[in-house]
Design a protein around this ligand. Sequence first.
Ligand code: GUN
Length: 306
Amino acid sequence: MSVISGTDSTARLLDGESLARRIRGEIAGEVAALSAAGITPGLGTILVGDDGPSARYVEMKHQDCAEVGIRSYHEHLPSRSSMEDVLGAVSRFNEDPSVHAYLVQLPLPPHLDESQVLYAMEPGKDVDGLHPVNLGRLVMGVEAPLPCTPAGIVALLAAYGVQVEGRNVVVIGRGITIGRPLALLLALRRPGCNAAVTVVHTGVPDLAGYVARADVVIAAAGSPGLVTKEMVKPGAAVVGAGISWEGRRIVSDVAEDVASVASWITPRLGGVGPMTRAMLLRNAVDAARRASHGPSSDAPSPPRSG
Ligand code: GUN
């Protein structure tokens, strides 16, 4: 069992890297079986502009695809692209039968309307689970591709046996890719969820007061070192899902000394990020499998009780 090094650190590591490696191994087996049956899963990415971190994330997604045998496709558009240009790329992936699933890397340059782009995607190919239909399914508690970072966090906590059900979980941040869907997911009546969830954000003055009562803290604010040792209840599990760049260094929302009071903590690198990418591969394979069963398989399953 890995423990954060340091004299007074006792937190065990939520090692997303090794868990994601294991999941990629399982997915590679599924991809091989699908390919042998004549369906090679295809994942597309659309990147608009030249933001360095976004380009690196997209590159890693393609590396993961190559590792597990998913065929990947990429459209890189210049930052000055119009809505028409971006919707054109979306439409090409919607129409291309070899692309079973795809994503538009967010954020888009500020002159582009993210919601309109997400709306234009074919819901069955939405590998991020961010199309309004898929987010609506999440709200309803019916089968849907789950947003990758929330799904990865829930899988990470479950794999390490962190108790979530019935516990007090505080999510910091309300962004569309992490905080908002994560709160919905954690509140569903399903294994590894079923929690008392509170979402806090920049509009909440007493952040520390909420964090102090949490059994599980998930920080997805993109604010370096936001969660400090003084805020965290001893024995809580703490997940850093928000990152920032200080020069070339990635900095977590969770201060490093939180490891001295938490029982479980994500490492600065190799926690949530690899799990997000593993869930992306999982969603891509599921989309390919659905497509191979014909159009009717995109219909929602009957509701699970929420
Ligand atoms: N940018 C940061 N995280 C994500 C994500 O999960 N999906 C997409 N499409 N863009 C992102």
